[in-house]
Ligand binder design. Structure first.
Ligand SMILES: [Zn+2]
Length: 603
């Protein structure tokens, strides 16, 4: 067992967004120690090459400089030394996302993947991290929030922290600043939320609601043996949305106005979005952080790791995130059905579901889902959205075909026992096999069609069997996400077959759907819409204008492509019924009502 690696991080120049990171290795490789920084962060499947933010790197031993050679974009090798070796890095941090590192005069945030090199050959050694405060007067009221275990540091304070190995070291993001902190218990485990930003949030209510969601998830899969603490980090700026999961914490971003203020009652759509986000990241502490694909055990952070299972780890998580809100009583069944209707709408509007399976979408996440080009809506399907609908279909199918004896809950419990509690990776065919095993059903056709193929999901029939009506209508416009009915008079007859965006107040074609009127007319993504039938058009007025047309009408569309003005002839087509909403069936039989109640925990 090698001696612990000693890391130190210091916000050396907050105004210049620079951290100084030191790493001391007691027994470096006598042939010349190699260090590397990860190229990606677990949970976000894109090569980010964190080493590109290193401004300066040097090494020293026994008070003398040691030569440090760069081997490639992400690795260094120090000259041979016989005593302990220290690597000193200066790192620029100005990426204010949950995947990066950020430092200014108001706060510091970092993921270990951006800051801490791994000692090649000694990855299993314990790590100590000394988190040092900036020079006064910066940071006078700063506190430290991280799920890393404290060694010599006061609670929420600067000082030393420890991790069992490098993989754990980089699994604890750290937020440092003026924080609002709330604490609560869920399932007997201490939990906390640390919020950055001036939110004026009702902290007592927030903790109460988080507890209900956490305990709902705990009741499904049980409390993992090593879950002795959990921390939600939350950055709440004016605008933003996202999250990244870790084993003992998650880093989240939401708009400050999404959080409940004192005196607010009920769950607004915005607060529901926030609850769905934290529910999602929390479910990941089982599904992807402890139970994971075999190729992630261990993670190879030097290059892409392909798996066809992201639909299991993101899609099933996306299914249970909203389901936990209704099952815990946080939202009503009707509100849950709005959310499910919105997910169905997202998938229906993506023509790419006919071209790419979720298994392929998972495998190619690195270069397609995370690097979407202008054709993405036609070529790819989201393993989040369609994955969530496969999970819903599988759940309802198991319930229907086993007389409610078996559900996806049972499959997930069995999967958790086999791969989560053992730490063995899930093989590529793991979920399918265990679902068949637990239910006794032959599910090969279902997985062939929905996971490996591009078949449509049998949701309408399955929802009907659970006392829910599946309804389709046309879209009312760009802001219509689906989930709710609308009166026929609010729905335009025709569509462009394209999504219009706004570029400096001017309407610009973004997505152009294959086979739609815009594409057939020769319109391309990025074209600026100048005039429709000789009349100038603004981004704000474009939608109202299209309502004056009917299927079969012809128009002259004038666009700028770059600096070239073009006039194209377009024939309007009937808008597709691509927008879904779900309704409780008022005429459902007692049996259907019972099935629905058992699914949504409404009995
Ligand atoms: Zn996720």
């Amino acid at each position: 067992m090698s001696a612990p690696h000693r890391y130190t991080i210091w916000p050396s120049e907050p105004a210049a967004h620079l951290f100084e990171v030191r790493l001391t290795v007691t027994d470096p490789d006598p042939a010349g120690q190699v260090f590397a920084l990860p190229t990606w962060i677990p949970g976000s499947y894109m090569i980010r090459d964190y080493a590109k933010h290193i401004v300066a790197a040097r090494a020293e031993s026994d008070g003398r400089d040691v030569v440090l050679n760069k081997l490639d974009k992400t690795r260094w090798q120090a000259g041979p030394v016989t005593r302990e070796l220290t690597l000193v890095l200066e790192i620029f941090a100005y990426d204010d996302s949950v995947r990066g590192a950020h430092l200014d005069l108001t706060h510091a945030f970092f993921n270990g993947t951006c800051m801490f090199p791994v000692v090649i050959g000694q990855e299993d050694a314990a790590c100590e991290l000394d988190i040092r405060p900036p020079e006064k007067p910066v940071g006078r009221h700063w506190r430290v929030a991280t799920s890393m275990r404290r060694k010599e540091a006061p609670e929420y304070g600067f000082g030393s922290y420890v991790a069992d190995d490098y993989a754990e070291l980089i699994d604890h993001p750290v937020e440092i600043g003026e924080l609002s902190i709330g604490e609560f218990e869920a399932g007997g485990v201490p939990h906390a939320i640390a919020i950055r930003g001036n939110t004026r949030v009702d902290m007592a209510r927030l903790c109460h609601d988080l507890q209900a969601i956490c305990e709902q998830h705990m009741s499904l899969l049980g409390v993992p043996d090593d879950l002795d603490r959990y921390l939600f980090l939350l950055n709440a700026p004016g605008n933003g949305y996202g999250g990244l999961e870790h084993r003992w914490s998650s880093a989240n971003v939401c708009s400050r106005d999404n959080l409940p203020a004192r005196g607010d009652e009920g769950v607004s759509d915005e607060y529901r979005t926030f609850l769905g986000l934290v529910s999602h990241e929390y479910f990941h502490l089982w599904n992807v952080k402890r139970m994971k694909p075999a190729v992630f055990t261990p993670y190879d952070l030097s290059q892409e790791s392909h798996t066809s299972l992201l639909w299991v780890f993101e899609g099933i998580t996306s299914y249970y995130d909203d389901l936990a809100l209704v099952r815990s009583g946080m939202i009503e069944a009707g509100s849950y059905l709005d959310l499910l209707g919105q997910t169905i709408t997202r998938v229906l509007r993506s023509g790419g579901r006919r071209r790419q399976s979720v298994a392929e979408s998972s495998f190619d996440a690195w270069t397609k889902f995370y690097k979407q080009d202008a054709n993405a809506a036609n070529a790819i399907v989201s393993y989040y959205a369609k994955g969530a609908l496969i999970a819903a279909s599988l759940d309802l199918k198991l319930r229907s075909e086993t007389d409610a004896r078996v559900s996806l809950d049972d499959v997930m419990r069995a999967a958790w026992q086999r791969w989560g509690q053992t730490g063995e990776g899930m093989p590529e065919d793991g979920l399918e096999k265990i679902a068949a095993e637990v239910s006794g059903l032959d599910l090969e056709d279902f997985f062939d069609a929905t996971v490996r193929g591009t078949g449509e999901l049998p949701l309408e029939t399955l929802l009907n069997a659970h006392g829910i009506n599946y309804c389709l209508r046309r879209s009312s416009g760009g802001k219509d996400k689906g989930g709710k009915p609308k009166s026929e008079s609010d729905l335009p007859d025709v569509w462009l077959g394209a999504a219009l965006g706004d570029r400096e107040g001017k309407p610009v074609f973004q997505t152009v759907h294959n086979g739609g009127p815009a594409e057939l007319a020769g319109i391309a993504p990025g074209d600026e819409l100048v005039a429709l039938d000789g009349l100038r058009i603004s981004a704000a007025g474009a939608e109202a204008r299209t309502r004056r047309y009917h299927p079969g009408d012809r128009s002259e569309v004038t666009v700028f492509r770059g600096d070239e003005l073009m006039t194209l002839r377009m024939r309007w087509a009937k808008a597709p019924a691509d927008t879904c909403y779900l309704e409780i069936d008022g005429e459902a039989t007692d049996e259907q009502v019972a099935k629905r109640g058992s699914w949504l925990h409404q009995e």
